[in-house]
Design a binder for this molecule. Sequence first.
Ligand code: SF4
Length: 263
Amino acid sequence: MTSGDNRLQRAERRALQREDEKYLGLPLNLGPDPRSIAAHVRHVARLFSQPSVESPCAEVMAHLGELYSRTVPKAQVACRRGCASCCTQMVSVTAPEALWVAATIRRRAQSVEKMRAADAQTHGLTMDERLKSHIVCPLLVEDACSIYAARPLGCRGFVSVDLNACLATFVGGAAPNIPMPASYTDILYAVRMLLYAALRIKGLKDAAYELNAAVLAALAVDDPEARWLEGEDIFAGVPVTGGVPPHFDLAISQLAAHVAPTV
Ligand code: SF4
């Protein structure tokens, strides 16, 4: 430790980084041993600060997406390629997710046009209004996600064990009652918690936005990611999609406070 504060010295941080490597390629350990979670928070916080990397946000989200996929059990979910009725819901994204999607479609004129057209219909709708509107995500092409590698965590983590329940809700208009395996939702929450904790450690905004509006805001400016990482609020004016529940918020803050001195 340094004498004036509780931050680790450079050599101690390097040693910890080497120790962290043991956990980064493994599934997330949600048991009582906190080292796996702390290692991933440190890693994600470090990824946000890589000056030489073209898109730190893409690296962060790719890491977390792979971590989620590696950790969920290979349970029998009903989700299959070509089954996309759920891609009519409002998708909530953090800034790094929106920035990665924007970078992915920036040079795809047709995708950008479709996103503008969809936003004209969806802007300002509540989650419930959006569900009832049945407006299809503009990124869905031939019943497949056209940004599959960069799809948001919420899309990755939305799974169901009952196709009929999905069809009843997303096609038939019934009240949502989608049976999701608890193991999947627990892991999705844990991965989101890592992201939020790392954002807080780096002093980056952790708001969540509606996907279409957030992506268009990122596409509207040059160098959106660099500007956002430098603290410019390029998403000002984009509707936020609800805050973090208080108990979750407290857990994220405690995790960030625990890990911050070691980054
Ligand atoms: S981003 Fe991809 S997975 Fe998510 S709603 Fe749109 S098409 Fe579906």
